[in-house]
Design a protein around this ligand. Sequence first.
Ligand code: SAM
Length: 220
Amino acid sequence: MDAFCGKGEYDDGGIGSPIETFNSIQSIISSNLYLTNPTKINHIVNDINKDNIENVRNYIDSHGGVSGWNYKAYNHDFEDFKTFLLDLVNSQSANSRTLIFLDPYGYKNIDKSTIVDLTKNGRTEIVLWLPIANMKRFIDKSKQSDEAAFLPLKHFLDAFFPNQLGEVYSKMDVFEFINKIKDKLKINNLYATSYYIERDSANFIVYSLLLLIILDMKKY
Ligand SMILES: C[S@@+](CC[C@H](N)C(=O)[O-])C[C@H]1O[C@@H](n2cnc3c(N)ncnc32)[C@H](O)[C@@H]1O
């Protein structure tokens, strides 16, 4: 389930998450392991931009198409898509598993309660990318300012650190910030871990955070 799937193939030929997933499913479906132990696979993508959804579909159609699994594409704002997503994960059978990939630009659409709700059933894992360096840079400003531009960060921080905003400040080490968010996600027996990518952009380094959240570690 790729909720912010993007355009699939980029102008420089690079491929994005829906195509990586398509390629993975194609190779899984044709593997011996799958042939002896088949399971139903649903690949669901969503993006607010209709052209992106069409690009992904065109790529898939011109690379063998969908054969042996289900593919569905949606063109919704994530805000409206959340309810559908919740219904979907909660209506699945007890032995099904869902992997949700959240790769938005920014963090405006990501709130802690959505993550909690989506993972409540114990069968959903979430991979979430956050632009951690940007967030960290504006922490202090967001705490002091009422400007609309800082509201998303303010909401994000309020949800993770209610009445404890003193815990986070812009000058703290980026890894400390990552660890603090990660710790706050260890709720309801959630297991959370983080990875980062480091991009050298002119004279500063941009870190991103990947949170992998798995419920009920006993099963793994
Ligand atoms: C960082 S890109 C995704 C990149 C993609 N995962 C990849 O690997 O190529 C974020 C995508 O989110 C989409 N998007 C932005 N706001 C959205 C929203 N409110 N709801 C759904 N999609 C949104 C954008 O159109 C964009 O394609």
